[in-house]
Design a protein around this ligand. Structure first.
Ligand code: F6P
Length: 556
């Protein structure tokens, strides 16, 4: 469907007409309805999703589902799962669901069963990680490789780090990781090298270079830096034992000097930001936590994939999350959204979802290249609660309206109960989790403040307008399975929104221009740094402001 047809469709127009009606209804009043929570709450496989604090009614939900049907959302989801080349600008399938598909299933792309390929690589990762963890694969000096530095950036870093942090304090994973360390090196800033290598011994360090293309400037310079660190301490021959790779570009891996036998492949149908379930995430995670944890993580993601493809739209968690995203952004005009996990282990969820969502849906044109008549994508940000409360919640309560996702757990990975304290530490955390969505939704009126005797001059400052939308997600406990569920929920939320908007959520042309300009600067810096002191190279070919700044930089 073209964008013109989309915005002139009865389903779209009905939502446009519906928005002002809903905007007039305050959540404070809507939430008085005892049946509302039940009508707008879904439960699936241990996850409770409460949409009752959205600026929406049961009618809104019906209209959103009608829009999803009008754009053939179920057909698009099925096409994605079957390997259709939905990434039209790169002529690629979008098959991250195949990365966690059951070994018995079959998905054929260009005559090749990709599920068989996925499981063949998984088998190699399991064998390799078992060997390293058990000490059968040793470093050049015969020591067990207890430490891993995973080099990669963007999708080759954010997802693995999110999962790594999520599982670090899971008791079973912590035990499996006993005596092992996993570090990430992403930024090309040399400071990041120092931080990643802090306290590491080359003799016991394995470096995993993760790059889909194996050409990303930041990753390749970091890889060369660590190759030189290893060679300096252990000799060039040690590279074979201390460096492995994850890539789709095995010829470049070989050129770099890593034996392709020590490389774990994936495929062009895995988008970088959707790659955590490929070798990109599985190699570092299996090395750190062992294969069992990895299997459970994949099982959680697979369970949500099945749910996405089989549950009716009204009861489909990621579909509902995506539809409310479209509602808040396109029809109610909120262009920002917050991810607020009440769980410290989800500290890297927001940075990962920033890339998943903003690189996917931060687009200006529809699939046919026509400029969108609405803004697609949202600005995503977030912090674990309660840290966020002491940071940006002021703005969220009394400044701008920021739709938020509150994510909480019934049980803590690391429970603490102190004698004499009224509640356990986790209950204390969760008291905030349950309070904040209501504070945002209901606010506090001037009348309430006056009744409390608040001085008149302070009333406007202490008033909370409320009517601020949020989702509340409650899960059992954060473990490998629920981490997989969360990952898939948010990946699919993004895809659902992209399908509704009619954009390509799977390319990322917007990152290219900066790379090209950086190349031009690099060429200038090379010329300037190598020129003789007496005859400095002329800074040229830039905008006057850039020339001036570069001149300052080079004058040091
Ligand atoms: O940021 C642009 C991007 O292409 C991302 O999409 C990707 O995840 C990242 O760079 C890293 O790319 P690669 O895995 O090829 O090094």
């Amino acid at each position: 469907m073209s964008t013109t047809s989309l915005v002139s469709s009865p389903a779209w127009k009905a939502l446009v007409a519906h928005a002002p009606k809903v905007s007039q209804q305050h959540l404070r009043d809507l939430l008085k309805d005892g049946k509302r929570a039940a009508a707008l709450t879904l439960e699936h496989d241990g996850i409770v999703l409460d949409s009752s604090r959205q600026n929406a009614t049961v009618e809104t939900k019906k209209l959103l589902v009608a829009l999803a049907k009008a754009v053939d959302l179920p057909k698009k989801l099925k096409a994605m799962a079957a390997g259709a080349k939905l990434n039209t600008t790169e002529n690629r399938s979008v098959l991250h669901m195949a990365l966690r598909a059951d070994a018995k299933s079959r998905i054929v792309v260009d005559g090749q069963d990709v599920v068989a390929d996925v499981h063949a690589v998984q088998k190699r990762i399991k064998a390799f990680s078992d060997k390293v963890r058990s000490g059968k694969w040793q470093g050049a000096t015969g020591k067990t490789l207890t430490d891993v530095v995973a080099i990669g950036i963007g999708g080759s870093y954010l997802g693995p780090e999110f999962v790594f942090e999520a599982l670090k304090t899971d008791p079973v994973c912590a035990k499996a990781a006993d005596g092992r360390r996993l570090r990430f090196l992403a930024n090309v800033d040399p400071i990041d090298v120092t931080r990643a290598l802090d306290d590491l011994d080359p003799e016991t360090t394995l470096v995993v270079v993760i790059s889909k293309t194996f050409t990303t400037a930041e990753t390749m310079l970091n890889a060369r830096t660590l190759r030189s660190w290893l060679s300096k301490h252990l000799g060039a021959a040690a590279i074979a034992k201390h460096m492995v790779a994850v890539s789709t570009n095995l010829p470049e891996v070989a050129k770099f000097g890593i034996d392709p036998k020590n490389a774990f492949g994936f495929w062009d149908w895995v988008g970088g930001r959707y790659s955590v379930c490929s070798a990109v995430g599985l190699v570092p995670l299996a090395l750190q936590y062992g294969w069992k944890a990895v299997e459970q993580f994949l099982a959680g993601a697979r369970a949500i994939d099945q749910h996405l493809l089989t549950a009716p739209l009204e009861k489909n968690l990621p579909v509902q999350m995506g539809l409310f995203g479209v509602w808040n952004s396109t029809f109610l005009g909120h262009h920002t959204r917050a991810l607020l996990p009440y769980c410290q282990s989800l500290m890297k969820l927001a940075p990962h979802i920033q890339q998943v969502d903003m690189e996917s849906n931060g687009k200006r044109v529809a699939l046919d290249g026509s400029v969108l008549p609405f803004a697609a994508g949202e600005v995503n940000f977030g912090e674990p609660g309660t840290n966020g409360q002491h940071s940006f919640y002021q703005l969220v309560h009394q400044g701008r309206v920021v739709p938020a996702d509150f994510i909480g757990f019934k049980r803590s990975q690391q429970p603490v109960s102190l004698p004499g304290e009224p509640v356990s530490n986790h209950d204390e955390l969760m008291s905030n989790f349950f309070a904040q969505p209501d504070a945002l939704a209901c606010g506090k009126t001037a009348a309430q403040l006056r009744a409390e005797g608040v001085p008149e001059a302070l009333v406007p400052h202490k008033e909370f307008p409320g009517n601020r939308p949020s989702h509340v997600l409650l899960l059992d406990v954060l473990n490998p399975y629920t981490t997989g569920q969360l990952l898939a929920l948010y990946e699919h939320r993004t895809a659902v929104q992209g399908f509704i908007w009619g954009i390509n959520s799977f390319d990322q042309w917007g990152v290219e221009l900066g790379k090209v300009l950086a190349k031009q600067v690099r060429t200038q810096l090379t010329a300037s740094r190598t020129a003789a002191k007496k005859k400095p190279a002329v800074v040229s070919g830039f905008k006057p402001a850039t020339t001036a700044m570069l001149t300052h930089y080079l004058a040091d």
